[in-house]
Design a protein around this ligand. Structure first.
Ligand code: UDX
Length: 434
């Protein structure tokens, strides 16, 4: 049993807190947002994540997990302090590090005994040294500390399972003993633990996310070529994936990647290379292809409907992917804005992201379910592949629509079956589409 303090009650911080508590440690989760902490103390989750509420309830009841807004209280017993605060996108694709800076400074000021500081926030390569500098500058006494970088690879929607069953744990530090002590925390997970230097650990995170984003843009480019040549990208990806060197993961063509990580991390990695005089042309292509995928939806709608002015378009799904209410960099936002700019009336429906959508895209008219969304629509666009959309009563949807047009940005339906039902149906990269 170790005493762990986690700074940040966002996605990464909360999941890290409950999982370490569930592994038997005593965890204090600290956030400066009083409303968030008050909510958590009453069992109200600030984010939607499968299984989180149950784990919070179980571990708080067992006395292993508590929440606070106070640094002195949060750090009183801490042996390990994890920094898991947000690093939003700054100007030019640079990362905005103000929250990491605030956390480092507050830790330094409250720390009165030796601690190991573990950075989980995605920060530009080299920031681990910078956190150490800030703490060195602001600590009140000569308290000993070490900084370890521990990048996270959690996917939203399956973050708890990803934490408990990781493919690997990466630790980076200039202090081997500190890294070894953090490794001990992860031993119960029985996974590969790689220890390297600070900068390399930080780079592993960026390179992993950029590689996955590259796979997505690669298959999206293949999809565009499939449309020109009459091939089916879904089967192409399937056939490619049987090659063990390639594998099937992250080869789903569609409206492109979104979320809190891929867009920001690819951009930040390109920026880091660029300011050092490198020319990261593959990363730029990955970003361009991703933006094109959103435009492809608008083009397909124009092929089906002609001018979009005055047409009513319904977006099925608003979250950046299923099983989350997160809309950061969601393709739905970009598509909605382009359609509105083209003069269309745009509506949307999402099984869980409605509250977030009302805040993020207030100009979007929201429907209560998929059927009321479809009513009177000239076209529907599948933007997020929620399971409930896969089992819709499509005959009812068709009869409710003004025109039976579906553009499927996630390939959840079968093209011949849709045509047979009388839909004008186009997916991404599935046969001729000029
Ligand atoms: C990602 C990484 O997977 C995780 O390791 C990292 O720490 C944070 O970023 P997340 O953003 O939660 O996780 O979602 P993920 O499931 O990876 O999907 C990212 C985006 O790519 C989504 O918009 C998804 O729809 C899209 N995607 C994914 C595709 O378009 N095609 C695919 O084949 C896979």
């Amino acid at each position: 049993m170790k005493n762990i303090t986690v700074i940040g009650a966002g996605h990464v911080g909360l999941v890290t807190s409950v999982c370490f508590a569930d592994l038997g440690n005593r965890v204090v989760c600290l956030d400066i947002n009083e409303q968030k902490i008050a909510g958590l103390n009453e069992g109200v989750m600030p984010i939607y994540e499968l299984g989180l509420d149950e784990l919070v309830a179980r571990n708080t009841a067992a006395g292993r997990l508590s929440f606070t807004t106070s640094y002195p209280e949060g750090l009183r017993e801490a042996e390990f302090v994890f920094i898991a605060v947000g690093t939003p996108e700054g100007v030019d694709g640079d990362a905005d590090l103000r929250y990491v800076r605030m956390a480092a400074r507050s830790i330094a000021e409250a720390m009165d005994h030796p601690v190991t500081i573990v950075n989980k926030s995605t920060v530009p390569v080299g920031t681990g040294d910078w956190v150490a500098d800030i703490i060195g500058d602001y600590r009140t006494d000569d308290v000993e500390f070490a900084v370890v970088s521990n990048p996270e690879f959690l996917r939203e929607g399956s973050a708890i399972a990803d934490f408990m069953h990781p493919d690997r744990v990466v630790l980076g530090s200039l202090n081997r003993d500190a890294a070894e002590s953090v490794a001990q925390l992860y031993l119960p997970l029985r996974t590969t633990i790689m220890i390297t230097d600070l900068r390399t650990a930080e780079m592993i995170k960026y390179a992993s996310n950029a590689f996955l984003a590259t796979r997505i843009s690669f298959i999206n480019e293949i999809a565009t070529i499939c449309e020109a040549l009459g091939a089916d990208v879904k089967e192409v990806a399937m056939g490619m994936g049987y090659d063990k060197r390639i594998g099937h993961a992250f080869l789903d063509a569609g409206v492109g990647y979104g979320g809190s990580c891929f867009p920001k991390d690819v951009k930040a990695l390109a920026y880091m290379g660029q300011i050092k005089g490198r020319h990261p042309q593959l990363l730029h292509a990955v970003m361009e292809i991703n933006a094109d995928q959103r435009r492809a939806v608008v083009r397909k709608l124009e092929s089906a409907l002609g001018s979009l002015r005055g047409q009513t378009i319904g977006l099925l799904g608003l979250a950046f992917k299923p099983n989350t209410d997160d809309m950061r960099e969601a393709p739905s936002i970009h598509i909605a804005r382009m359609l509105q700019a083209a003069g269309a009336h745009v509506r949307g429906y999402d099984p869980v992201a409605m509250q977030v959508a009302a805040r993020v895209v207030p100009e979007l008219e929201l429907a209560n379910d998929a059927y009321s969304l479809a009513e009177g629509c000239d076209a529907l666009v599948v933007v997020t592949e929620w399971n409930e959309f896969k089992n819709l009563d499509l005959a009812r949807i068709r009869d409710l629509m003004s025109r039976p047009v579906i553009i499927d940005g996630r390939s959840i339906y079968d093209p011949p079956a849709m045509e047979e039902m009388g839909f004008y149906y186009r997916a991404i990269g599935r046969g001729f589409d000029h």
